[in-house]
Write a protein that binds this ligand. Structure first.
Ligand SMILES: *[C@@H]1O[C@H](CO)[C@@H](O)[C@H](O)[C@H]1NC(C)=O
Ligand SMILES: *[C@@H]1O[C@H](CO)[C@@H](O)[C@H](O)[C@H]1NC(C)=O
Length: 413
């Protein structure tokens, strides 16, 4: 704590020094920080100090950020989906297929220090220093660049590399999709500099890649700008206007409605996979409730986290038109060289199991709300010498792919 305090003091001191003689600016800035923190953090029933330095606030479900939205004033929380693609929900709970794996289950680090009571949700507390890292206080929790991998039109590659984002993904399009699922192993990729990130996720997409893209995203990420460290964290993102005005990571704006009291968005995932060591993977399932139209998310086999209300996504109101799975990094090309920020394990797909990162059992939810193998899987990467992707199909793993890479290397200067 003392350390945090001094870091904070340093930050503040810096601002004071930089703007010496402009004290009005400083107090205005601090006032803005205070206001934004009040907006982002909600009154907690209790809080838990995670070993990684996070504070997890247990916030009453009805006090979560979603209800700041004017269109949510009269919303009745759905405490469970009306439908689950892995089996219609009966009397019993939402607990789906019991895990047969003898491996330790991947959860979150803060669980070692306590739990949130029923009727509350765990929220990672945003601190002053989180906001001070952002380019502007208001932009904290939002994506700064348009960053959607846009595989079909390779003539637009300029547009993609302009934004400095690089991808290695598998995707399907041209059908109606009502959800997607995958099991992906979790890593802690090295990030060259704080304004870069590395993530692995599922994208649910609708609308056009221009101004009105609707996107729901979930997976794991390392982002020093967002979290202040290099830990691997569970995250979600959404936008309904191609990353312009709407949307945010996790619960950092009004949008997602969480019902689960065990998993915190933006909290560290533990443990992570090691090169030639134990492999730890997580399941992510996203699906549309056919009755209410809401988009639900499940983490692991047991945790139904909550949902994005249907009204957020005009272009996903019937179905999604494209699903993508894979990795993304920011390449800021400092000093004119490709970044050495890693994607996935930081190793190329050729290295295979135990070394390369993977998505396995990738599936889509079809028009009859069943999980199915995706048809016509294609792949995309901007620079295969930096980050690559290789698909396959076999027994237990169904449709899978290895992806990732080290970034800068002799073939990717
Ligand atoms: C909420 O309900 C009140 C009373 O029925 C109504 O006047 C108001 O328009 C509703 N708000 C929204 C956003 O639907
Ligand atoms: C994150 O990792 C980078 C590169 O390995 C390192 O320079 C940086 O200090 C790390 N940040 C923190 C907060 O540990």
């Amino acid at each position: 704590m003392a350390f945090c305090f001094w870091v904070l003091l340093l930050f503040v001191t810096n601002i004071v020094l930089i703007s010496a003689g402009r004290s009005g600016v400083v107090s205005q800035n601090l006032l803005q920080v205070k206001k934004q923190l009040k907006q982002l953090n909600k009154p907690a029933v209790k809080f838990i100090k995670s070993p990684d330095g996070d504070i997890i606030d247990c916030v009453h479900v009805s006090h979560q950020p979603a209800f700041d939205h004017p269109l949510m004033q009269n919303h009745t929380i759905q405490m469970r989906p009306t439908f689950h693609p892995e089996g219609v929900l009966g009397e019993s709970t939402i607990k789906v297929s019991s895990s047969k794996s003898s491996k330790p289950i991947v959860t979150q680090l803060w669980h070692t220090k306590g739990s949130c009571p029923e009727g509350t949700i765990p929220m990672r507390r945003t601190k002053k220093k989180d906001l001070l890292r952002a380019s502007t206080i208001k932009s904290y929790g939002k994506k700064v660049h348009k960053s959607i991998p846009q595989p079909p039109r390779s003539s637009d590659l300029d547009f993609i590399s302009q934004s400095g984002h690089q991808h290695a993904i598998a995707y399907v399009e041209g059908d109606k999709y009502y959800g997607a699922k995958a099991t992906l192993n979790v890593w802690e990729p090295k990030i060259q500099q704080p304004n870069e990130f590395s993530l692995s996720q599922i994208w649910i997409l609708g609308g056009s890649f221009g101004e009105d893209l609707n996107s729901i995203e979930a997976g794991w990420q390392v982002s020093e700008d967002l979290y202040g460290d290099n830990n691997t964290r569970l995250f979600t993102y959404w936008t309904s206007d191609a990353y312009q005005a709407t949307g945010c990571y996790n619960l950092l704006c009004s949008g997602f409605i969480q019902i689960n009291n065990e998993i915190a968005m933006g909290a560290s995932i533990y443990p992570v996979s090691g090169y030639q060591g134990s492999q730890y993977d997580i399941n992510i399932l996203l699906w549309k409730d056919p009755k209410e139209g809401n988009w639900w998310m499940q983490f692991g086999n047991n945790y139904v986290l909550g949902y994005w209300p249907a009204f957020l996504f005009p272009y996903l109101s019937d179905s999604a038109s494209m699903i993508e799975w894979g990795g993304e990094v920011v390449n800021s090309e400092s000093e004119g060289q490709h970044t050495s920020t890693q994607m996935g394990s930081g190793h190329f797909p050729d290295e295979g199991f135990g070394k390369a990162s993977y998505f396995r059992n990738i599936q889509i939810v079809d028009g009859s709300n069943n999980l199915r193998d995706p048809k016509g899987i294609a792949t995309f990467t901007e620079q295969p010498n930096c980050y690559d992707v290789k698909t396959g199909k076999m027994g237990d793993w169904g449709n899978y792919f290895y992806y990732g890479g080290p970034g800068r290397n002799p073939n990717c200067p």
